[in-house]
Write a protein that binds this ligand. Structure first.
Ligand code: ASP
Length: 333
């Protein structure tokens, strides 16, 4: 009897010891006023195709045993290179008709992080954020200094006009018409239709390590070197193996003031609730104070989720043993 009990204990122990968290990745391509009547069937298809491609490439990194850091970097680089999203090529215009890009990345294992703000000539800001994390003693670099560092790191540099797209230029013209006065307050009412489209990814790898990456052109018609939440660790991006990893998109001024990404993970950690539930709560609270946007989340057990308080959010996920799926609108139609 005793031997049997011992055997059962041993089996249970080895099962628990070998119980690995599943690998998985979630990505987003921005949240906002996205409705079916605003898009043609071709546009919809193009978004699904690009989201699917990015999430699959990220997942492949994980499936080959690669790190979550490499997976989120791969997915975000693809989204930056696509003109469909407000990051890298396709970034929104500033009031002065230029592009200023923000990005950040964080690793849940040791909470190392890198961020860049207001860069104008780096093709893939997420690669620069990663270089800041891995090759500098700093966490956040901005403007000309960040660009000098990019040059030293031999990252690909481009003319600012590389980021141009007709579609975003039209948005700028509409935004300027709407900006009768120039709101620069966190509470100022912007028309959400022309301000969003950030990209991001969160992932968990086969070692159970979490990572998050976020990249954006910021908000249309932004002025005075405005920096959003995307490069602010804890606001638009966060990862900690003890709780969760989050990448956000939305009205950055609110995400900074409400520390959205780290708030979700803190609630999961200290209030003993799922990160998915914490995300729903935080996004609902944000809505009640006027903050529009959304988040993607992976928790320490590998559960993937998303939450948003807008009409839609470009998003896709793939987890171990599951099918890849992408969605755009709030309710699956
Ligand atoms: N969060 C970004 C910012 O405020 C914008 C976005 O997500 O679309 O810069």
């Amino acid at each position: 009897m005793k031997t049997l009990l011992l055997l059962a204990l041993l089996v249970t122990f080895s099962l628990v010891a070998n119980a690995k968290t599943p690998i998985g990745i979630v990505i987003h391509g921005g949240a906002g006023t996205i409705s079916r009547d605003m898009m043609t069937a071709e546009q919809e298809q193009a978004y699904h195709a690009m989201l699917g491609h990015a999430v699959n490439q990220g997942y492949d990194v994980l499936a080959r045993g690669g790190s979550s850091l490499d997976a989120v970097t791969a997915a975000v680089t693809i989204l930056e290179d696509s003109p469909l999203f407000n990051a890298g090529k396709g970034a929104v215009y500033t009031f002065d008709e230029k592009h200023e890009l923000d990005a950040s990345i964080m690793y849940g294992l040791d909470r190392s992080a890198g961020a860049v703000a207001g860069v104008t000539n780096v093709k893939n800001p997420i690669l620069l954020a990663r270089a800041v994390m891995e090759k500098s003693v700093h966490v956040m670099l901005s403007g000309m200094g960040a660009e000098q560092f990019a040059q030293e790191q031999k990252l690909e540099l481009v003319e600012n006009s590389y980021f141009d797209t007709e579609f975003r230029y039209e948005s700028l013209k509409r935004a300027k018409q709407a900006l009768v006065s120039l709101p620069h307050q966190a509470n100022a009412t912007f028309d959400p239709a022309w301000k969003m489209g950030t990209v991001g990814a969160v992932a968990i790898d086969s070692n159970g390590n979490l990572a998050a990456a976020t990249s954006t052109g910021g908000m249309t018609a932004k002025r005075y070197g405005r920096i959003g939440d995307a490069p602010v660790i804890g606001a638009g991006n966060f990862a900690d193996n003890h709780s969760c990893a989050v990448s956000a998109t939305g009205h950055g001024e609110f995400f900074i003031r409400y520390q959205v990404a780290s708030e979700i993970c803190a609630r999961a950690k200290y209030q003993n609730k799922s990160a998915a539930k914490a995300a729903q709560e935080v996004l609902a609270e944000l809505k009640s104070v006027g903050g529009d946007g959304g988040v993607i989340v992976v928790d320490k057990k590998g559960k993937l989720s998303w939450a948003f308080n807008t009409q839609g959010m470009y998003r896709a996920m793939k987890t171990e043993g599951g099918e890849m799926h992408s969605e755009i609108f709030a309710a699956k139609e």
